[in-house]
Design a protein around this ligand. Structure first.
Ligand code: MN
Length: 377
C-alpha cells in the first residue's frame, strides 16, 4: 500500500512536470527559439557566401542543440534559392567545423536521418499539394505568368522544390520557411518571393512578433540594408493580416517599454468616448492609472496582463474583454515574451482623462506575471 501511494506521488510529479513543460512551451511560442535563430543566421550568411562568418554561426547552432543532420538539411534546402555553389561551399565549411570540433573532443549529435519518401502518385501533383498546404490556396488548374511563359520551370519548381525537398522530414515546414526567407533576404531583389514566403510563414504558425524578430536577426547578421528591405516587405504582408493598424511609437512617460498607438475615434461630445489600438512589445506596459469614466479593453493580438491594485493579475489573450470600473487603479501591458495589442475604449470622457500614478516597477511586473501568481481567467 505504501508502494501504491508512492506510485500516485510519482505519477502526480510526472504530470506536474509535464504541465510545467507545456506551459513553458506555450509561453515561449511568441519568440523565436535559439535553434530557430541559428537556422536564420546560418542560412543568411551561407547565401551571402561569407564562409569565415559562417564558421562561428555553425558552432553556435550545434551548441544551441541543432543536430548535424538538421544543419546539413538547412544547407541542402537553401540550394533551391541560392544555387549549388553556395550550398556546397556551406556544406564544405560545415565539414571543416565538424572536424575542428572532433579534434577538440566535442561530441555532436548526428540526429535523425530523412525518412525515405513513401508517397505514391505523380511528383508534380504531390508538389502542387504541398504548395497548396503552404499557401492555403487552391493551386490554379491552368498556368499563367512566368509559368505559362516557361512551363518547365513550373514543373521543376513543383516536382523538385515542393515535392523532393519539402516532403523530406528532418526539418519542419517552419524551419524550412525560416531558411527560405533568410536566403531570399540575403540575395535581395526578390521581393515577390519574399512576400509569398512571409505569408507562408504566417500560415505555418509563425507570429507577426516572431517575423519582426526575424528582421532584427537579419540586421545583426547581414546589415541594415538587408533588414530594411525585408522589413518593408514584412510590413506590407502584416498590413493584410493585422486586424487594426499599429500606428506610431508612443513617447509618453506614462508607459514603459515600446508601445504603439493608433487613435481610431477622438473624444467626442455626443458619444462621450475615445478609442484607439494600442500595441505593446514584450514586457511593455502602462504605468498605474485610473479612468474617471471607466474603460473597456478588447484584446486583438498576443498575450498580456491586466491588474487592478491589490488583485492578482489576469492573463489575457486574443478575444478577451476587460471591463474596468470608474476610478479603479490598474495597469495593462504585454506578457514577458509576447507582443500584445488591444483596442482601448475610454468611456464617459466628460468625467475627465486618465489619472496617472507611478511606474509599474520591474518587481511588481515580475511578481504579477509569474505563472503561479496570476489568475488564469
Ligand atoms: Mn487603463
Amino acid at each position: 500500500m505504501a508502494a501504491g501511494k508512492l506510485i500516485v506521488v510519482l505519477v502526480s510529479f510526472v504530470l506536474l512536470t509535464f504541465q510545467l513543460q507545456a506551459q513553458n512551451e506555450m509561453s515561449s511560442k511568441e519568440t523565436l527559439t535559439e535553434k530557430q535563430q541559428s537556422i536564420i543566421q546560418i542560412a543568411a550568411i551561407t547565401a551571402k557566401g561569407d564562409l569565415q562568418a559562417l564558421k562561428p554561426l555553425l558552432n553556435k547552432g550545434l551548441d544551441a542543440g541543432l543536430t548535424i543532420n538538421q544543419i546539413k538539411e538547412a544547407l541542402i534546402h537553401l540550394y533551391a534559392y541560392c544555387g549549388f555553389p553556395r550550398s556546397i561551399r556551406g556544406l564544405q565549411t560545415f565539414m571543416e567545423v565538424l572536424d575542428e570540433r572532433k579534434a577538440k573532443s566535442i561530441s555532436d549529435i548526428a540526429g535523425a536521418e530523412a525518412t525515405p519518401i513513401q508517397e505514391k502518385g505523380s511528383k508534380y501533383d504531390r508538389g502542387k499539394k504541398v504548395l497548396g498546404e503552404l499557401t492555403q490556396m487552391p493551386q490554379p488548374a491552368t498556368l499563367s505568368g512566368y509559368s505559362a511563359f516557361a512551363p518547365i520551370i513550373d514543373t521543376f519548381l513543383k516536382e523538385h522544390l515542393f515535392a523532393d525537398i519539402f516532403e523530406r522530414d528532418v526539418l519542419t515546414y517552419v524551419e524550412r520557411e525560416l531558411v527560405t526567407i533568410s536566403v531570399i533576404s540575403a540575395i535581395g531583389g526578390a521581393e515577390p518571393m519574399l512576400r509569398s514566403h512571409l505569408s507562408i510563414c504566417l500560415n505555418v504558425g509563425l507570429t507577426p512578433a516572431q517575423l519582426n524578430e526575424f528582421t532584427g536577426i537579419i540586421k545583426s547578421t547581414l546589415g541594415e540594408k538587408e533588414e530594411k528591405e525585408a522589413q518593408k516587405v514584412l510590413n506590407e504582408v502584416l498590413k493584410t493580416v493585422l486586424a487594426f493598424p499599429k500606428g506610431e511609437k508612443i513617447t509618453s512617460s506614462n508607459f514603459s517599454g515600446t508601445v504603439y498607438l493608433k487613435m481610431m475615434g477622438a473624444r467626442d461630445t455626443a458619444l462621450h468616448t475615445s478609442f484607439g489600438n494600442v500595441t505593446f512589445e514584450p514586457k511593455a506596459r502602462t504605468n498605474w492609472h485610473s479612468h474617471p469614466g471607466g474603460q473597456i479593453l478588447f484584446i486583438t493580438e498576443g498575450q498580456g496582463y491586466y491588474q487592478a491594485k491589490g488583485q492578482p493579475a489576469r492573463l489575457l489573450s486574443k478575444g478577451d474583454v476587460v471591463e474596468i470600473p470608474r476610478n479603479l487603479e490598474h495597469w495593462h501591458g504585454a506578457a514577458p515574451d509576447s507582443e500584445f495589442a488591444h483596442i482601448a475604449v475610454s468611456l464617459n470622457t466628460d468625467d475627465g482623462s486618465a489619472v496617472w500614478s507611478g511606474l509599474v516597477t520591474d518587481e511588481e511586473y515580475n511578481q504579477a506575471t509569474k505563472v503561479e501568481n496570476n489568475q488564469q481567467k
